[in-house]
Design a protein around this ligand. Structure first.
Ligand SMILES: *Cc1c(COP(=O)(O)O)cnc(C)c1O
Length: 445
């Protein structure tokens, strides 16, 4: 792995946030719209590997990766060099005006590494939400149908269509309607909260979904089923075994486009290049973004050639989609994932974290569930044996961890899930140190 300039150790020299961060935060209040929040308002000076350095000279351990984006590490030198080289030649032409090779290279790479060996095509965009929007456009155009099926706890973005696809009202949808039509929500195979227990969850949930689609929408009217193979913002919910394959089989039998939203789970994050691979699922369309380009804004839809090519010329695109610097960064990030063996590294991170978190859960009843795959790990906090969510306990744990310089995020429909998404290049020492801080937070509850 290429050396980063940022020393890979935690260093706390002020309170968190420090005086310089607090001063910028004060200016921010009168400059930045308050609708956009920040989990931990320490203002960043630079970052590398598993460390984020702030303007006060503190070095924090990164268990967030900017929400599963810097999988290859922050400011990976290979990503920086390739993007900088591109920036020095040209910054933008618009692929729809004058194309360039890097866009084609990225599409070839995505077609190669996504699940399934069928003929594929890709389109490049700017954000995960835009990718999901385009997947729906493509599925509707290819099938001539309108209905879109999504799930409880789903998160697909903040544009009008993707807000409609998203499950949680606060903060994502409140006051922002009306939403797009023909969106139908189905139960999710959430093992920890399935009424008849986790073993029945996969088959029962699949049967409910199939029954509801058939009776309430009519399978022949459904353009697409859109699902995260492991739900992200919803609380790192791994669908119970058998659920995804059963839904895919139903889609295949009924001409429904199965869309895997791998925006958060993609690019080695879960110990496979894509989370669909855990159960051998081959999506018809797959949406990607976050981890694709080492931190530069890029997103994609990749899928079956006959679906992707069903859209009329000029029907897809966007001014910035597949920006050349973002494409160059993606090519470097994708080769870094392969060269550094980050799929295997994600698995090792998962084993280390799950092992320690299960020990922790045995000591603290407030930890109701430990779950996740690879470097996408979560703990769900509950108040009692009835699994009443414990968002107050979560707030205390997070605030302690933040004060000690551990960047940690929350998630979940009930606001009671702590999620961990370290960069895949983080060292074991930093992982252990982060988990030590978390352990202390629970001891103090
Ligand atoms: C983050 C996310 C999105 C939205 O991506 P943006 O780049 O923020 O638009 C969509 N789907 C999933 C699963 C995500 O995690």
């Amino acid at each position: 792995m290429a050396a980063t300039e940022v020393a890979q150790s935690r260093r706390i020299v002020t309170e968190i946030p420090g005086p310089k961060s607090r001063a910028i935060q004060e200016r921010r209040r009168s400059a930045v719209a308050q609708g956009v929040g920040s989990v931990l308002p320490v203002y960043v000076e630079r970052a590398g590997g598993g460390i984020v350095e702030d303007v006060d000279g503190n070095a924090l351990i990164d268990f967030g990766s900017g929400i599963a984006v810097t999988n290859v590490g922050n400011a990976d030198p290979r990503v920086v060099e390739r993007a900088a080289e591109q920036l020095g030649r040209f910054t933008h032409t618009c692929f729809m005006v004058n194309p360039y090779e890097a866009y084609v290279d990225v599409c070839e790479a995505l077609n190669r590494i996504t699940p399934g060996d069928h003929e594929k095509r890709s389109i490049l965009l700017n954000s995960g939400a835009e990718a999901v929007e385009n997947a729906v456009k493509i599925a509707r155009s290819a099938t001539g149908r309108q209905a879109v099926v999504v799930f409880d706890h789903a998160y697909h973005g903040r544009t009008n269509l993707t807000m409609g696809l998203t499950a949680k009202n606060m903060p994502y949808k409140q006051g922002f309607g009306p939403f797009a039509g023909e969106i139908h929500r189905m139960p999710m195979a959430y093992p920890y909260r399935w009424p008849t227990g986790p073993d029945n969850c996969g088959p029962e949930a699949a049967a409910m979904v199939i029954e509801q689609i058939t009776k309430q929408i009519g399978a022949q009217n459904v353009a697409a089923v859109v699902i995260e193979p492991i739900q992200g913002e919803g609380g790192f919910i791994e669908p119970a075994p058998g659920f995804l394959p059963a839904v895919v089989e139903f889609c295949r039998a009924n001409g429904i486009v199965f869309v895997a939203d791998e925006v958060q789970t993609g690019f080695a994050r879960t110990g496979h290049m894509f989370a669909s691979e855990h159960e051998g699922v081959v999506p018809d369309l797959i949406t990607t973004a976050k981890g694709i380009a080492g931190g530069l804004p890029l997103a994609a839809v990749t899928g079956r050639a006959e679906l992707m090519d069903a859209v009329h010329g000029g029907g897809l695109g966007g001014t910035y989609g597949g920006n050349p610097a973002a494409c160059a960064a993606a090519l470097a990030a994708l080769s870094a994932i392969e060269a550094d063996g980050l799929v295997e590294r994600a698995r090792a991170i998962g084993e280390l974290m799950l092992g320690r978190l299960r020990e922790l859960a045995a000591k603290h009843e407030v930890i109701g569930d430990v779950r996740g795959r690879g470097a996408m790990i979560a703990i769900e906090l509950v108040q009692d044996a009835d699994r009443t969510p414990a968002p107050e306990a979560l707030a205390k744990v997070l605030s302690f961890c933040h004060s000690r310089g551990l960047i940690l995020l929350s998630a979940g429909t009930y606001g009671n899930v702590i999620r961990m998404l370290p960069p895949l290049v983080i060292g074991d020492e930093l992982l252990h140190e982060g988990l030590d801080i978390l352990e202390e937070a629970f001891a103090r509850l």
